[in-house]
Design a protein around this ligand. Structure first.
Ligand code: GAL
Length: 411
């Protein structure tokens, strides 16, 4: 064949795929410093495929973004792809036939074997079909402390929740908040973490998953509600900040000693150039018992009538779980990668602790959204917020209301 003919043939092979570049709007609620740094890795990798990531960040957090995302899809104005949490949030959308089926891609790429733990892909699977791709494993059971806050006051940095409570009066006397806290779901997260630390994972799962009312109303949980009543003076309602990352920021700035938050807080410390185990501590299971739950993030792809969009969606789904992207994203996000077969030599102390817990499967339990519906979670968050903010609300009262929410939750 003549050289020009070969060149023409090569061009005809190269040009069509280059011209197939597709814009894909991707919605998510990753707007804090650490989150934005992490999601930029996804955008960069997707753009490198010749397509275009059109960023659809929704300010606030999941509680703000989720209803917007769901109503856009239900209302016929879908985005190209969207973040959600692994759990029941997309059930209605899947049942309505609105979500792209990823089963063929998942099978071709062997997701069932390369992604772990199995719970995350299972959360994406409905009637044997895969509808989302898990991108990370996040756990909620962490306490974050600023070492300097304590050492400046001549106190050993706390190694667990009880030590942080014991140090609280000294911090308060020095005008430093013992614990920072954000309004809304972060209060629920904190109370649930204390329930797990003090009443144990097994009892927690029996209540949330099996709806064991005897345990929810029983003595182990009573003890926790009573100890919460004793610590609420250290997280006064008028000191609560609007967003979770602002509460983490108070610890970073040394205005608060500790914050109880998921491992995504690690992304904020990374952006602030602080070093785990040196400037700050990350204490899984609040330093009581190292545990983690299988929270995290998944991406769904609303169905499109345009085959170019479908092709770009599959490309994005595949890109999100490649080895390189998994490493780059998760190192910045503070989460654990979905794959075990990646190079984690750059992992910080917190990620190493998380990975060690993940290997001991007894310590791994389901995320709340994997056990109970979102509406009940919101009611629990509201109750815990009221309890923590109102010193007149008795522990017994809060526990009784908690039992009735668990009892009413749809199975
Ligand atoms: C969670 C999500 C995390 C995280 C956090 C705060 O729902 O899984 O990725 O960033 O919200 O925005």
């Amino acid at each position: 064949m003549k050289t020009w003919k070969i060149a023409a043939l090569m061009l005809s092979v190269v040009l069509p795929s280059a011209s197939l570049a597709t814009d894909l709007e991707v919605t998510h609620w990753w707007t804090s410093g650490g989150e934005a740094a992490a999601v930029a890795e996804f955008a960069k990798a997707f753009d490198a495929t010749g397509n275009k990531w059109v960023d659809g960040a929704i300010a606030g957090s999941g509680d703000t973004a989720r209803p917007i995302i769901i109503s856009r899809i239900l209302g016929g104005n879908p985005m190209g792809a969207t973040q959600l949490n692994p759990g029941k949030d997309a059930d209605e959308l899947i049942a309505a036939g609105l979500m792209q089926d990823l089963t063929d891609l998942a099978t071709a790429e062997d997701w069932a074997n390369i992604l772990r733990p199995a719970s995350q892909l299972e959360s994406c699977t409905v009637d044997g079909k895969v509808y989302c791709v898990p991108v990370n494993l996040h756990s909620a059971q962490w306490m974050w402390t600023n070492r300097k806050v304590y050492t400046d006051l001549g106190i050993e940095p706390p190694k667990n929740f009880d030590e942080a409570v014991a140090a609280a009066p000294a911090l308060q006397a020095a005008g430093i908040q013992p614990f920072s806290l954000a309004q809304g779901w972060p209060v629920g997260l904190m109370v649930n973490d204390i329930l797990v630390a003090q009443a144990g994972v097994e009892n927690f799962v029996k209540v949330y998953k099996d709806r064991d009312l005897a345990i929810a109303g029983g003595p182990e949980f009573t003890k926790v509600f009573e100890s919460l009543a004793a610590v609420r003076q250290f997280v006064p309602a008028d000191k609560m900040v609007p967003q979770w990352n602002e509460a983490v920021g108070l610890v970073i700035q040394g205005k608060a000693g500790a914050n109880i938050m998921g491992d995504w807080a690690g992304g904020e410390f990374a952006v602030a150039n602080m070093v785990a185990g040196q400037d700050y501590d990350c204490l899984p299971g609040l330093g009581v018992t190292p545990v983690l739950n299988t929270g995290g993030d998944v991406f769904y792809f609303p169905k499109s009538a345009d085959p170019a969009v479908t092709e770009a969606q599959l490309k994005l789904a595949s890109t999100l779980v490649t080895k390189e992207v998994q490493v780059a994203f998760n190192l910045k996000k503070g989460s654990l990668p979905m794959r075990a077969d990646v190079d984690l030599s750059a992992a910080n102390d917190c990620m190493k602790k998380g990975l060690a817990i993940l290997d001991g499967s007894d310590a791994v339990f389901p995320n709340d959204v994997q056990m109970i519906d979102r509406d009940s979670i919101n009611q629990i968050n509201d109750l815990f917020t009221e309890f923590m903010a109102n010193p007149d609300m008795a522990a017994a009262d809060a526990q009784a209301k908690f039992v009735s929410i668990i009892e009413a939750a749809p199975k």
